[in-house]
Every structure is written in structure tokens, then in C-alpha cells.
Design a protein around this ligand. Sequence first.
Ligand code: FAD
Ligand code: SF4
Length: 505
Amino acid sequence: MTVLVLGDQLTRRVGPLAARPDERVLMVEARAFAARHPYHPHKRTLVASAMRHFRDALRDDGRDVEYHVVETFGDGLDAHFDAHPGDDLVVMRPSSYGAADRLRDLVAARDGALTVVENETFCCSPAEFDEWYDGGTLRHEDFYRYLRRETGVLMDGDDPVGGEWNYDEANRETPPADYEPPAVPTFEPDATTRAVQDDYADLNAESWAAPEPFGWPVTRADALAALEDFCEHRLPDFGPYEDAMVAGEPTLDHALLSAPLNLGLLGPREVVERAVEASESRDDVPIESVEGFVRQILGWREFVRHAYRVGMPALADANRLDATRDLPPVYWDGDTDMACLDAAVGGVRERGYAHHIQRLMVLSNFALLYGVDPHELNRWFHVAFVDGYHWVSTPNTVEMGQYAGDLFATKPYAASANYLDRMGDYCAGCAYDPDATTGADACPFNALYWDFLAENEDDLRSNHRMGLVYSHLDDKRDADDLAGIRERAEGVRAAMSEGESPRNE
Ligand code: FAD
Ligand code: SF4
């Protein structure tokens, strides 16, 4: 019997690694995975370095670890079964849809056997979720409250701590002009990380030129230090400024913990418990910060994991609005006069990261209005972000961001410059006018926004949550403004599809 450890299951605390401390361990670092897409160099480095560090940590524990650096995953299994014919493997269920079956086939083709056990790197098991869901309505707030009750996190008996389940209203403040968020810690590459960078230098040279130096946590110790740093310095303001966007501040008070969480270096339960502990032992963590943070991890992260499970495989092809346009080049080269897009893509190019509101209201919103094929956008999120994995990017991008599925989104996250100007300060320093809809200097979001509503009128007008915006569209139509707006939208798309900034048309 051998425990197979996948690259996003790097934990000794749960699963078969914990249950079978004396068994041999198999890990496969397959170059073909890294070569399959133009991944951000930091993502390639992060995953391979975290795997190698985990191998070393297991060996330091005295465990027998066979680690194969090979071209394909199948090559790694060949090497294993050549040495151990007919071996039985046990693995935690992979997060990606269909991956367990593909693994089983690969193992069976080599006359081995594979036992797939529950993936224990999440808080809520599939059985628990399915019992709660029971074919009903997938509503995040209901699930979140259910899980708070089940886990007892931030509960005071049967009631939520502070008296409210949700302090969303207090999560929309704008920081003062002189606000300086605490710096985010970076972790200096050691010899193992540098070796990974050398090994993948050829692939990285072909994609994403000149990111900033690598500094993501790659070990359990680094990940715990990142968690401590967040709780100590950024958790207090996390809540109030959770939805804010500030020029020159790519991380604000966000945790930057999705990468170590998605690799298994941190467990969601321990992250939540540490934040709650910090709020209980200190006076500087308001309830809207700790509850807001708990809602992201215990609520959203667990919810999308199960929504993906329930929604696949249909979600992989869903395209409710029939959006088919190509992703404009700016998502790759970041070359644009649009200040908000420039900042969001710039952050991705530099460190494989943009915070949640940039992802949802800039990167995803713009693609929605532009009419990008949701699956092309999903691929981009998957390859460009250090935390991008199919199970988490798909429900966030295809369902929530692009309104392409039919799972839990009740209306599209579509917004014009009005929202972006209210929630951030990019517009103040932008070449475009956020108040104009037509004209060479008009903000591209604006014409695209009205054009999006007109283009998808058959699908969206009957949505009762869209009634007000459609009455505004009617006003524009009645005033004979719509044709000019739609012409401007076409001009924006034509310029951007050529990699140009629309104001030069
Ligand atoms: P914080 O804002 O500090 O939040 C704390 C933690 O909560 C995160 O680390 C994350 O683990 C969790 N979290 C918060 N929101 C979500 C959510 N909607 N779904 C899942 N977990 C959440 N997250 C990924 O991990 N991988 C992705 O590929 C990914 N793609 C996204 C694509 C789009 C279009 C959108 C709108 C969101 C996406 N997210 C994704 C969710 C979320 O934006 C990131 O988890 C978060 O920005 C990570 O940064 P952070 O650690 O600083 O998060
Ligand atoms: Fe973005 Fe438009 Fe504001 Fe410029 S004016 S920052 S493009 S929303």
C-alpha cells in the first residue's frame, strides 16, 4: 500500500497520510502539467516548490517518499509500478471533476489498484453538504448560516456572536486618502525554490515576462507565518475595506492566503479559528472584520467547492448568455489606458494575484460586458492566478462572474463606471471620463454596459432584479441615445480586439 499525494494535498494533518503514518508515499511532479498552459511563472514555481518542500518535510519525519520528476503523470506511475508491481494506492479525492476516474484508469492500466477516499482538506464534507442541499436552492447565505451552526464558529449558543449573521453593510467603506495598508510579507526563495525556478526557466521564458521576484509561502512554516501576519496586521481593517479599490494598493487588507489554502499548506478550519482567536484576545478586531473573513472561508470557499461538485459537468460548458467573443489582448499584455484594468492586470502580471473586488468588478465585469466566452475567461483565471484551480475558478468565473450557469447567481455582476468610481479611486487618475458614455474619452465600461443590457435583453429583462436598469435603458432608447451608445460599444470592442486603447479610435 502506498499513499499517493497530489500537488494540492500538501498536508500531514488529515487524510491517508495522517491515518497511515507508516506507509510509503508517492508524489509525481509532471512537467506536462506545467507545460499544458501558459501558466504564470509564480504559479509554476509555487506548486513545484511547495511539493518538493513537502517531500523534504515528510522525509525529515522519517517517511519513505518516492518523488518522481517526470514528463507525464503516467511516466511517474510507470516508474512506481516498475518498482512495486501490483501495488495498491490510496489517494484523497482530487478536487477537479473527473480527475479521480482518470487516475483510476491510469493506475488500472498499470495493473495497480487505486482507492479514493474523502478529501479532508475542506470543512464541510460532501455528505453534510448534500444533506443540507437536498436538491433545494443553492443560496450562499443559507449555507453559511447552516455551517456556522454546525461548526459553532462565531456562535453564542444558538445565536450569532454580535447578534447578526452578516455585517455586509459594514464591509463597504472607503479608506481615507492617506491610508497606508500594512505591508504583505514576502518569503525569500531558498535553494529548493531556486532549483525549481531553474528547472522551469525555459517554460517561463515563453510566458508572462518580468514578474516581480517570487515571494509566496511554499512551506507549512511560511504559510503559518503568513497567517499570523494577516491576523496581526490586516485583519482589523479587513472588514471595513473588503470591497474597496485603491490605486497603488494591490493587496489592501486582504489575506493573500488562497494560494497556501488551495495547496493544503493551511487548513480552512485552522485559519478561521486563528482569526476568531485573534478577535477574542484583542480589542482592535471589530466584528465586521472577523465575521467578514469567516464568511469568505467558511462561507464562500466551502460553498463554491460544493456548487462546483453539484454543477459539474454542465458548468464546464454553460453559456447562458451565448457569449462568444475572444478575450481581448489586454488581459495578457496589460497594455491599456484604462486605469482600473491596467492596475488589475498589472497585479496579475507581477504576482499572479488581484484581490476579490478587482477580480469580480474589474476583470470579470469587463469581460462580461465585452461578451467574452466565459470558458476562455475561466482558462485565463486558471493559468494567470497563483490560486487558480478548476474547482474554484469555474464557479467564481463562469457562474458568479459571467452569469453563464444556472446554479446560484441571481443576476449578472454587471456595472458601469458609476460603481467603479464609487468603490475605488482609479477613475480620478484615468485617461477616460467615468461620467461620459459616448465620445473618444468616454469610459469604455459605460457604452459596453448599456450595450450588454440591450444585447441580452431577451434573457435579462424578465429578471425582477434587473427592472430598474431596464427602465433606464428604456429612457435611453426613448431619447434616441441607444444607437450612438451601441456604436461606441462596437468601436470599443474593435479597438480592444486589436490591442488598442479605445480613445484612439
Ligand atoms: P481574501 O479577500 O483575503 O479572502 C480570504 C479567503 O477567503 C481567501 O483566501 C479565499 O480562500 C476565500 N475566499 C474568498 N472569496 C472566495 C470565493 N468567492 N471563492 C472561494 N474562496 C473565497 N479564488 C481562488 O482561490 N482561486 C481562483 O481561481 C479564484 N478565481 C476567482 C475568479 C473570479 C472571477 C472571482 C470573482 C473570484 C475568484 N476567486 C478565486 C475567489 C477570491 O477572489 C479569491 O479567493 C481571493 O481574492 C484570494 O485572495 P485573498 O487570499 O487575499 O482573499
Ligand atoms: Fe476604469 Fe472607466 Fe474609471 Fe477609467 S474611467 S478607471 S476605465 S472605470
